[in-house]
Structures are given as C-alpha cells and as structure tokens.
Design a protein around this ligand. Structure first.
Ligand code: OGA
Ligand code: ZN
Length: 375
C-alpha cells in the first residue's frame, strides 16, 4: 500500500522518490471511463460535478491508484499512466521529432520516392512523411502529367487546403500577371503566402514541363540558417522570434493581411520550426522606429545568411517531378528564365502541416521502422 494524502483540491502520491500532486477535477475528468470505446472521444461532462469535488475513499498500490468519488463512481488509474502525466504532461507523440538541418549539398541525398510506390505502399508513405518531418523536403518522381494525380498525391497526406486564390495555382509566364511568380523573372527566396493568417503548410510543386532556358530552383533549409543565426547572433535571433511584422497581398479582389514572426519556434520541443519570409509580400513594417533600429539589422543579417552559398541548394526541377516541402521551413525561389526559350509549367497545391503529422502518427504506428531490420 502506498500513502496517499488528500488535500483541498487534489491529492499527493509518491512517484519515483518524489511527491506527485494531481488535481481532483483533472483526475475525475480523465477517469478511463470518460472515453467512448469506439470514437475515443470524451463522453464525461466535468461541468456537472459539484464545486467542491470530494473523494470518499482512496487507496494505491504499486500498480494503480483507486478512487471512489463522492457519488460512488469508481476510477482506477494505472500508475505507469500517472507517472507519464506527472513527468511528461503529454501523450506519447511519434510526430515530435528532431529536425535534421541540411546545407547546399543536400540535392544528391535528398529523399526520393516514386509516385506509384507511394500509391501502393502505405509503409513508403510512412517513410516519406518521416522525411518531410525531419528534413522538410522530398522529391516525388515518375509523376504522371495530370492535375488529378497531383491531388491523389496530396491526398496520401491530407486534404488539399485552398489558399485565398483557390485549390491549386499554375506557375507559368502570363500576359497580365497578378504577381511576380507568373512572369519569367527571378523569384527571391520566400515562403509562400505569409499574408494568410495560417500560411500554407506543406507545399507540392509539380513540374509538368521545364524546357526553358534558366528557371533553376533555389531551396534553403531555414532551420539550418536560423540555428546558425542563433549561435552567431543570439540577439538578432531573439528579435526575429519576438516581434511580429505585417505581410500583405492585394489584387483587384483581395486585400489579405496578417502579422507573423519571421522565425517560428516549435512549442513542443523548442526547436526552430520554420520562418515567414517574403520580401515581395512584406508590408510596411509597423514597429516603433526605435525598435526598427534593432529589427532591420537582424532581418538583413538573416536574409543575407539565407543567400550564403553554404546554405543554398540549387537544382533543376524536371518534368515528372513533384517537390514536396514544408512551406514554413523551406525557403524557395527560382532563377529567371528566358521567355520564349521553351515551356515551363508548374502546378502547386498545399496540405496542412497538422495533416502531415496526423498521417505520420497513424502510418508509423502501423508500419514501424523495425521492418527494415527484418529484411
Ligand atoms: C511560386 C514559386 C517557383 C518556380 O510560384 O511561389 O515559388 O520555380 N515558384 O517557379
Ligand atoms: Zn513560392
């Protein structure tokens, strides 16, 4: 028997040499009977409990804490479960993973998957989504040249999420372009659409044809750059993770605005998770002028570091390839191409980052990594 002390609003129980405290409402709310067996949703209503929730009887051994509540309801909490919530305060989450930074030489070792293999093998989708979580980018090859198959690829991870302009966008040189992407000009390094409140998560850029002269792809791992900034200019890093600045996108029919932090931190593990960066969609920075005295040097240094050849992966996207990447983490752009020199046509779509994590959790649980060892 273990000693349990009942206090006013919670109880204390020894856990691994420490005294662990648990709130009564939290315990009652999370009684194993609170969950529906089939849907796994909560079917218990904590709002119906009295204001001074009381315990009638309690006992604990090495395996479990047993409680009889004021109304006779019985709860049994496995000790291993209590230990996890005392120490980690979270569910186990396969999708919280350490990001692997990469540099200019990443192209040759970038993860590659075949479209048909992904369609046929959910275990390959588990590997693909893992690479997207860890490295933020992967190439899908042997893509058929159709809109439908791009959607099919997206739907292996989640639902296609529209931006304000629709479910997909086509990139080619247009007569009356509404933005720079639809010209043959170079596109400086950017993340797509930070003016949207929830800037797009995972981007799919499907290259259907690339016969133009020029138009190379430029990709940078912003996690790599931001980590380097943190080491070398910690005060700049602090500024870019603290202040929000405005972004704006206007057309005849739109005036889309949002404020974002330039560098975003993953609340689950404190790592840099991505950035918001687009000089062509940056609005007039509205910070106090004295703050701008600090902000601009930080912003400029970070932007210059991204252009450093040490970080810049330059390659050519070929027809039949679809590059898939985390639009918050991977900054991308392209060199200019020569109008009239050949066709260049890319089609893009987005899927949420939450969908990526969800798909990874489900598939990795079903297809554990160990399968490689058994071969
Ligand atoms: C874009 C874009 C890349 C390219 O349209 O936002 O990044 O290679 N295009 O044209
Ligand atoms: Zn883009």
């Amino acid at each position: 028997m273990m000693r349990v002390s009942l206090l006013n609003e919670g109880l204390e129980i020894p856990i691994e040499g420490e005294v662990a405290y648990f709130n009564y409402y939290w315990l009652r709310d999370n009684c194993p009977s609170s969950w529906d067996d089939i849907t796994q949703e909560r079917i218990f209503d904590i709002l119906d409990e009295p204001d001074d929730l009381q315990i009638r009887q309690v006992e604990a051994d090495e395996l479990a804490l047993n409680i009889i509540w004021h109304d006779g309801h019985r709860s049994r909490f496995e000790l291993t479960w209590l230990v996890r919530w005392y120490k980690e305060r979270s569910h186990e989450d396969l999708a919280i993973r350490h990001r692997t930074p990469w540099y200019c030489d990443h192209y040759k070792r970038m993860a590659r998957f075949d479209f048909n293999d992904l369609l046929e093998n959910p275990a390959s989708v588990a590997d693909w989504t893992e690479k997207l979580l860890d490295e933020g980018v992967a190439l899908v090859q042997k893509m058929p040249s159709s809109n439908e198959e791009l959607v099919q690829l997206c739907e292996l991870i989640g639902v296609v999420r529209p931006s304000f302009s629709g479910y997909a966008f086509d990139v080619f040189s247009k007569k009356n372009p509404e933005n720079l992407a639809y010209t043959s000009r170079a596109l400086e390094l950017h993340t797509d659409l930070p003016p949207e409140e929830l800037a797009p998560g995972i981007q799919f850029l499907h290259c259907r044809t690339n016969d133009a002269e020029g138009g190379d792809s430029l990709f940078v791992d912003a996690v790599s750059v931001a980590n380097t900034l943190k080491e070398t200019y910690p005060e700049y890093f602090k500024i870019l993770t603290s202040y929000k600045v405005p972004f704006r996108y206007t057309t005849k029919h739109h005036d889309v605005r949002a404020k974002q932090r330039i560098i975003e931190i993953d609340e689950d593990n404190g790592e840099v998770s991505g950035i918001n960066f687009s000089q062509h969609l940056s609005d007039i920075f509205d910070l106090p002028q004295r703050v701008l005295d600090m902000f601009y040097p930080a912003f400029r240094k970070f932007g210059q570091m991204m252009q450093d050849p040490r970080f810049l992966m330059r390659f050519r996207l070929n027809g039949g390839e679809c590059i898939v990447f985390d639009n918050h983490r991977i900054v991308h752009g392209r060199s200019s191409f020569k109008d009239g020199s050949g066709d260049r046509f890319l089609r893009g779509c987005y899927v949420g980052r939450g969908d990526l994590r969800s798909t990874y959790r489900v598939l990795r649980a079903k297809y554990p990594k160990e399968r490689f060892l058994k071969l």
